[in-house]
Design a protein around this ligand. Sequence first.
Ligand code: SAM
Length: 350
Amino acid sequence: MEQLRWIRCPVTRSELQCTVIETTSKTLDGIEYEFIKTAILYGEGCWFYPVIDGIPRLIVEACVDYSTMLRKYVSDYDERMAIIQTRYGAFLKQVIKNNRHTKASFSQEWSLYNYETDKTWDLDTNGMMERFLKETHESESSIKGKFVFDAGCGNGKLNLILADKGVQNVAMDFSLSICRAHDRITSSRVLFIQGDVQFPPVPFETFDIVHSSGVLIAKRNTELSLSCIETAVKPGGKLSTWSYQPRKDLIHNVFNQVRRVSSKLPVRLQYYLYAITLLPISYTIKRLKGNKQNVREMMIDILDWFSPQYRWEHTQSEVQVWYKKRNYRDIQITDDNMWGFNMTGTKNLN
Ligand SMILES: C[S@@+](CC[C@H](N)C(=O)[O-])C[C@H]1O[C@@H](n2cnc3c(N)ncnc32)[C@H](O)[C@@H]1O
């Protein structure tokens, strides 16, 4: 698996040893390739992760989330788990507890998305590419040849577009949105992986651009997420992050109070609750304003706001300081609207 060099153990950041179980062939860019469909990836020490349906599942808690599959193929599964429990039991328990809701809420959100018909945040293919270039302060020509890490890729549509346009990229998400995205790959220039921004399963200082749009705010501590993810930017490379910003808007802030309570409910219950309360209101208001979003797109917007466990809002000066103290220069706001802003910075050469 040539793409093994792009991934690492999320805990130790060590290289991964791969035991292949099953391969499959796929035609990409008109060439037939042999791909790993099922495998086990071994990190340093006791950590191990599965490749399922061609996707490396590189989250810390993979040994528990995918225990059925791992038990089947890892003959010393119980012994390995006993070592992990002895050495890291409390850490693993905490990670599982912290992440359960976020994975479930975003998996539900993206399961609604229809790749054939739906727009992403109101944008079609061209609009998504334009937005990415604007946010990262790049152009169609400058992006060519750059290696991109998209940390929190959502439905993966942007990553498929980038690959089609010749841009090599690693697309990571915490949720199972990566599965349907992976099924749509037509180019070898994109690798979908499951991973967590606070445990990036990629090599240090490797990417020309690390882009994370609307993701870092979904963990308990946004600055810690930024701190973890920026380690993947190579010296002279670019960090690009999009964050929500506070709004002086009564309705917005009332809704934020509502989500503080409603986001604690089971994710499936939230879906039905919002479908009979917020969706009809949103539908009526949007239609009156001439917005042509379909019902699925509206529901994704609603879930994206109300369902995640965390959805922090930050000021531009606050985020600017996070970049500065991590030795970034040329810090600029590349996009700014009422919801949030995108900031880029260049990592200083040491
Ligand atoms: C608002 S969506 C944005 C998706 C995409 N960046 C975009 O702009 O369309 C946030 C995404 O972040 C992902 N996410 C949330 N927490 C994450 C984490 N800790 N690590 C990786 N991805 C995460 C969610 O699964 C979701 O797909």
